[in-house]
Ligand binder design. Structure first.
Ligand code: ZN
Length: 284
């Protein structure tokens, strides 16, 4: 699943390749990919055609392209979504769901999504922040993210620290991979109760969350070529830098103890049992 750094790479690509351009035609190949646009695919296309894209924005894993109408094209990549900027002459992808062409010709914008958990919608009065995502907190790469408010909010919670990191109303964009990596670096067990975290420890954790994301962003930002705005949940260019996530049985880079996998919220958590011992008073 694409995490925040990958989505930011896509945003940068969109910023470079579609901002300032006017939409010519919109073709929806699969209605499920615009299901969040309740009035349907024809209405979706009508609101886009003839409109100029004025920006490329992101909040957590949501992307939106403000339009000169005051509406915005809002998108989420889901599990497998890709936004591709390509020549119209390139063969259609097998899982092509939506195509936008532009008044100035090539390249076009394609939404490709094998599993169709992602989707696009046009939202009204959304040039600033689309109302449907206003509840989502800023992410730690956002220049306006408030570190002190996050630390205070985290310590007020009554939950486990990893659950808090995955709570999009507290901090956005932290998925399973970056949560496990930041907890390993700190180090903290995923079930550590947030109300037992000291302010310095919570601040240290936030620093590691940000470091992990910046490291992934730096790698993602150099791995795509100019005309290919790509998110691929299977790509894993960050895999070489992972210390915990997916490393079950591998030696901990700090102490050599085999990394352990535990079930967590229908997924998994990876920890070093020596560096990140399970807390006695921990809550899930
Ligand atoms: Zn260790």
């Amino acid at each position: 699943m694409p995490e925040l750094p990958e989505v930011e790479v896509v945003r940068r690509g969109l910023d470079q390749w579609v901002v300032g351009r006017t939409v010519a035609t919109v073709t929806v190949f699969h209605e499920r990919s615009v299901r969040r646009h309740v009035p349907g695919p024809v209405h979706f296309a009508d609101l886009l055609a003839g409109r100029t894209i004025t920006g490329a924005c992101r909040r957590g894993k949501y992307l939106w392209l403000p339009l000169d109408s005051g509406d915005a094209l809002l998108g989420h990549l889901g599990m497998s979504g890709q936004l591709l900027v390509e020549s119209g002459e390139a063969p259609d992808e097998k899982h092509l769901r939506v195509r936008l062409t532009f008044a100035d010709g090539d390249p076009e914008l394609r939404f490709v999504d094998q599993r169709t958990f992602g989707g696009l919608a046009v939202e009204a009065d959304a040039a600033g922040l689309p109302p449907s995502i206003a509840h989502i907190a800023r992410d730690p790469l956002d220049p306006e993210f408030d570190d002190d408010a996050f630390v205070a909010g985290l310590r007020r919670r009554r939950t486990g620290v990893k659950r808090a990191l995955l709570d999009q109303t507290l901090i956005s964009g932290v998925g399973n991979i970056y949560a496990d990596e930041a907890l390993w670096r700190t180090p903290l067990h995923f079930a550590r109760a947030t109300d037992t975290l000291t302010r310095p420890l919570a601040t240290k954790l936030l620093g590691h969350v940000r470091d992990v994301m910046n490291a992934a962003l730096a790698q993602g930002g150099t791995s795509f070529d100019a005309l290919y705005v790509n998110v691929n949940g299977q790509s894993g260019y960050f895999d070489r830098a992972l210390h915990a996530y997916g490393q079950e049985g591998e030696p901990c880079a700090r102490c050599g103890t085999p990394i352990r996998r535990d079930p967590f919220m229908n997924r998994s958590s990876y920890t070093c049992p020596r560096c990140q011992p399970r807390p006695r008073r921990g809550r899930w």
